[in-house]
Structures are given as structure tokens and as C-alpha cells.
Design a protein around this ligand. Structure first.
Ligand code: NCD
Length: 309
């Protein structure tokens, strides 16, 4: 990718509203930040004096910590807003909470919320940059970008790769933004899922779909596994995890069907023995799952740097 690194995005709300050019620039910066970070040569004072507010209304380990680490590595200060001890628990509306927060003029708000398009609501109510750390089943742009950075580092390209996204695609914001990104970047994307978890509407209708792992994995360069998002399902949807694993779990035998050098990805948290076997998750050659998590740091450093430039 020979492109200029100049870009201006004030917010990162989803992949759908980014141009291919923006994605390429973010990824190019991600590769550079990753190399600088490894060499200890990144600009440690780049965001010195900036104050970032982390507002997570849903549980998170990787995303919250890596955003916080990213901010601190660039010299910014972080306030972790605690939903459980906030005034929303005293009945304050989200709108009033955000108006209050806006009065203190943070330099950036990172938000995760279960409501559809919640970061757009935040953006309307505050004057600062807003970064979406995941909303509903709709969007998780920083995850899609770090997944793309992982593909670039492991495979050297995205265009032309055949990538299977497997499992609970219907309820997954990771899948949703990955579809947008991979489509814009020219990958061939497949969905492998049981019929009842197969999404019926765009952006998924222009992708090949399979209800059999054995058929869908054939010829894949990368396999992205997803957790079953039971918090967004009826209890009866997947009554038996063992049965799900027998049919849709990624086992070493099934991975053999993909290309010999196919990589395995998972956004985490993994449910071992449900969507993925231990032997695959911990395979030192094929699984890039923990490298993928590590890529969250340089990618989120770039995101914070870009929106506060
Ligand atoms: C995902 C999320 O929260 O959307 N995890 C993550 O951000 N790494 C996926 C999930 O919860 O299964």
C-alpha cells in the first residue's frame, strides 16, 4: 500500500461510514505504530495533556484495557468511568449523564453500549471526539481494524484472501464490521453458521454462505471464529454446547480442510470446547489469537492519535 499517511477523522463510529482510503491509511499507520512500538521508538508524549474518558456500559476485558494502554502509551491520561457507581444508577438518563460529562470537556470519549448506534447518540450530545468500542450487534470498528492489521501482518495482504467467519454471525458486532471492512478491502468472505444463526439481511447477502464447516472451510486462508452471544439469544437457541461443538466447533481435523497455511482468529473471549477446541486455540503455528489481541494495542494507539490529531 503506497499511500500518504495524512488523514482526518474526528470520530470512529463504524466501518460502514469509512472510505476504503481511510481504512488503508489507518492500517498503514497501524503497521508503522506496531514496528515503532516493538522497537520502543513510538512517540511517548504524542497525546500528553489530553484526557480520555473510557465509558463502558457493558463488560469488557480486551477492548477496555487495550484502549487504556494505548492512551497511556501515547502519554494521555485516562478516566475510567464506572457504570456501576455512576449516577445512571440513581436514575439519571444517559442524555443528562453525557451533558454533564461534556461540561468537563474531555478530549475523547470511548464508548461501549448495548444499544443500537449508541455512539451516534453520544456524538450528538458532546463536542469531543467519539470512538465506538462496540455497540449492540451492529459495529465494533476497532476490532475489525485490529483483525485487518493481523491479516496484513500474517498474510501480507487482504485483497483476494478467502476468509470464513464462523458461528454466531447474527448477533456479532465483530462479524458485522468485519464484513464491511473485508468487503471494502476486496477479500472473499464466507459465512459458516447453522441455519438459525445465518443472517438474512445486508451486508451479509453478498457473501457465500455454508451450513457445513466441512464444505465452507475448503480453500480458506483465514478462519475467524465467533463466540455464541447467548446474551442476545433465546435460552432455547443453543440448548446443548457439546452438540454445537460436534457440528460447528473448530477442531484440528476440520482445520485440515482449510489451506495448509490457514490462520485461525478469534476476537475473544473464547468459549473453549464450544466454538473452538483447545488444540486449535493453542496451536502455535495456526492460531494467531493471542497475537491478534496484541495487535489491538498499536491499532488503538493509531485510532486515538487519528481522532485527536
Ligand atoms: C467481542 C465483543 O465484545 O463484541 N469481544 C471483543 O471486543 N474482543 C466479542 C464477544 O463478546 O464475543
Amino acid at each position: 500500500m503506497a499511500i500518504s499517511l495524512v488523514m482526518t477523522i474526528k470520530h470512529l463510529l463504524d466501518i460502514e461510514t469509512l472510505e476504503k482510503h481511510d481504512i488503508e491509511m489507518l492500517l498503514e499507520k497501524g503497521l508503522k505504530m506496531d514496528a515503532d512500538l516493538q522497537a520502543g521508538q513510538h512517540d511517548k508524549a504524542r497525546l500528553k495533556g489530553r484526557i480520555i474518558l473510557n465509558m463502558f456500559f457493558e463488560n469488557s476485558t480486551r477492548t477496555r484495557i487495550s484502549f487504556e494502554m494505548a492512551a497511556l502509551r501515547l502519554g494521555a491520561s485516562v478516566i475510567n468511568w464506572d457504570n456501576s457507581s455512576s449516577s445512571t444508577k440513581k436514575g439519571e438518563s444517559l442524555t443528562d449523564t453525557l451533558r454533564c460529562v461534556n461540561a468537563y470537556s474531555p478530549d475523547c470519549i470511548i464508548v461501549r453500549h448495548s444499544e443500537f448506534k449508541a455512539p451516534y447518540t453520544v456524538k450528538r450530545l458532546v463536542e469531543t471526539s467519539v470512538v465506538n468500542a462496540g455497540d449492540s450487534y451492529r459495529a465494533h470498528p476497532s476490532q475489525a481494524l485490529l483483525d485487518a492489521l493481523t491479516l496484513l501482518k500474517e498474510k501480507g495482504k487482504i485483497e483476494g484472501l478467502t476468509i470464513a467467519i464462523c458461528g454466531d454471525v447474527t448477533h456479532s458486532r465483530v462479524a458485522s464490521d468485519n464484513f464491511h471492512l473485508l468487503h471494502k478491502m476486496g477479500a472473499n468472505v464466507r459465512v459458516i453458521a447453522p441455519e438459525f444463526l445465518m443472517p438474512k439481511k445486508r451486508p451479509y447477502d453478498n457473501f457465500e454462505t455454508f451450513t457445513s464447516m466441512e464444505k465452507g472451510l475448503d480453500g480458506c486462508d483465514a478462519v475467524m471464529m465467533l463466540r455464541n452471544q447467548k446474551e442476545r439469544m433465546e435460552k432455547s437457541d443453543i440448548p446443548d454446547d457439546a452438540e454445537y461443538f460436534r457440528t460447528f466447533g473448530l477442531t484440528p481435523e476440520r482445520l485440515e480442510i482449510a489451506k495448509k497455511d490457514a490462520i485461525v482468529m478469534h476476537p475473544g473471549p473464547m468459549n473453549r470446547g464450544v466454538e473452538i477446541a483447545d488444540a486449535v486455540a493453542d496451536d502455535p503455528y495456526r492460531s494467531v489469537i493471542f497475537k491478534q489481541m496484541a495487535n489491538g494495542l498499536p491499532m488503538r494507539m493509531v485510532i486515538l492519535d487519528s481522532v485527536m490529531e
